[in-house]
Design a protein around this ligand. Structure first.
Ligand SMILES: [Zn+2]
Length: 482
């Protein structure tokens, strides 16, 4: 872009704005203000912008929000599991579907492009402007993210062991350290490519995939590689009961204690999903140090409530993590890729678990999709509307019936409207959603392709499980088909 292409856009007299108050160091509501941005940077958030402008937008019927950040999602395959994964688990592995159920329904023929296009459309349409995309490395990944217009952290997962469930009730690990090293090197090359991308919107996260599938050395090498690049880290840990038991069996330590022992926990580290800590009621381990360790080391928890609630599991509980001083972020992990619904689910589950509506606030939820993940990524220029921040801006239709009566915009969205009134979304100063339509993808075509992929995958399920069960045996439809 040359300087003559850089335009100044002003949104005038917004009905409501979620603005960043630097003095208070938190989001606040402001009414009737102007927001001006030039190129990809916000110039002004306050009354009456009087500088030059190339374009004026009437904001009187808009709620204006900072773009949301999805710290943890797997767009390459999750859309394919719609209608499958909502009621799917292995009761003999403490309900988790992770180890031997979900992957049976993965489409290996169609490639990740269509599911990615579908998930990225969902996210942009709900006002997500930054994502951490946790996928295995695939050709064309960086180009796809660049084309989407989203601000993206390429997060290629690598691991030295794969899971095997030979009997249906025992999780085994098949180690291949050499293969893991190759994946690690490939991931670093991809991350470097993302950082160097001319869009300036792409970056990377170094991600040893899971606490139980990578060695201490792999975690330590990952830390070195990330610090040398000044990039954040992420891993999956404390995400299932069987994983917890595996780690205590191997080391006599909880997953979190072991990660701390190998030197992994730090302020630039995000733990997906930090649920099965030593105090959790399904664990009830002899120690009570996990939550304190996460807080002391400054690590972030990527909480993805929907996927776990499907197994009957929940964090115990969001409010107590905050109270302990843990930086909290919310991601989607599964379909739907809808952070508004995740916020609602997280709030409800926290309150039910605490048996106290004061356990969390709506502001806590909103922080967990804005400033919380921004902190995990080491950034103060996203997740907030403030001069100098990136122009990642969401305009919501304040007159949409589902938003009204509009007494409190965030409550209208979190508890009722979710993404349905999101109208326009700017990422890095560029319009990527206009009038509720995503501009970078053909959402309908992506949906059609994902559906074909799902049919193709389901036809192969019987060949992919030892008992020869069909897709409908493993995940029956909600109603019997006559
Ligand atoms: Zn995940």
């Amino acid at each position: 872009m040359n300087s003559t292409d850089v335009k100044t856009i002003v949104i005038r007299k917004t009905d409501w704005t979620v603005a960043w108050d630097a003095g208070k160091s938190r989001h606040v509501y402001r009414r009737g203000i102007d927001i001006a941005f030039r190129g990809n940077a916000i110039l002004h958030v306050g009354p009456e912008y009087d500088g030059p402008a190339d374009k004026e937008i009437d904001g009187r019927q808009s709620v204006v929000l900072p773009g949301l950040i999805n710290i943890h999602c797997h767009p390459y395959n999750q859309p394919t599991y719609k209608g499958v994964r909502e009621e799917l688990g292995n009761p003999k592995l403490y309900m988790s579907a992770l180890y031997d159920r979900t992957a049976l329904f993965q489409d290996h023929e169609g490639g990740p492009e269509a599911p990615c296009a579908y998930a990225l459309s969902e996210m942009l349409l709900s006002g997500v402007t930054t994502i951490a995309d946790l996928s295995p490395s695939y050709p064309g990944w960086i180009e796809l993210l660049a084309k989407s217009g989203v601000r993206a952290y390429v997060t290629p997962q690598f691991r030295e062991a794969r899971w095997d469930v030979p009997t249906g009730h025992r999780l085994d690990f098949v180690w291949d350290k050499e293969g893991g090293q190759k994946q690690f090197e490939k991931a670093l090359a991809l991350v470097d490519e993302a950082v160097a991308h001319p869009s300036g919107r792409l970056s990377g996260i170094v991600m040893p995939a899971q606490v139980d599938t990578c060695s201490a050395e792999m975690f330590q090498e990952s830390v070195k590689a990330a610090r040398a690049r000044k990039l954040p880290l992420q891993t999956h840990a404390a995400q299932s009961v069987v994983e917890f038991h595996e780690m205590t069996r191997r080391h006599g330590l909880t997953p979190i204690q072991w990660l701390d022992e190998v030197g992994f926990l730090a302020p630039d580290v995000t733990i997906g999903h930090g649920m099965f800590l030593d105090h959790h009621s399904l664990i009830h381990w002899e120690s009570r140090s996990d939550l304190g360790l996460l807080a002391k080391r400054g690590a972030t928890v990527a909480h993805c409530p929907t996927v776990f609630s499907r197994y009957g599991h929940t964090l115990e509980h969001f409010g107590s993590y905050l109270e302990a001083g843990v930086n909290m972020a919310i991601g989607t992990d599964t379909h739907p890729h809808n952070l508004w619904e995740e916020m609602r689910t997280a709030a409800i589950l926290a309150r039910v678990n605490a048996k106290d509506f004061r356990a969390v606030t709506t502001a806590d939820m909103f922080n967990a999709v804005t400033t919380g993940p921004a902190k995990a990524l080491g950034r103060e220029d996203i997740g907030r509307l403030a001069p100098g921040a990136k122009a990642d801006i969401v305009l919501v239709d304040a007159t949409h019936p589902i938003m009204r009566p509009l007494r409190d915009p965030l409550r209208s969205m979190v508890y009722t409207a979710a993404e349905r009134a999101v109208r326009d979304v700017y990422v890095d100063g560029v319009l990527r959603v206009e009038n509720g339509q995503v501009l970078g993808f053909d959402f309908a075509a992506a949906a059609e392709a994902v559906e074909q992929g799902q049919r193709r995958a389901e036809a192969t399920v019987a060949r992919r499980n030892p008992k020869g069960l069909s897709g409908r045996d493993i995940s029956p439809l909600a109603l019997e088909e006559m």
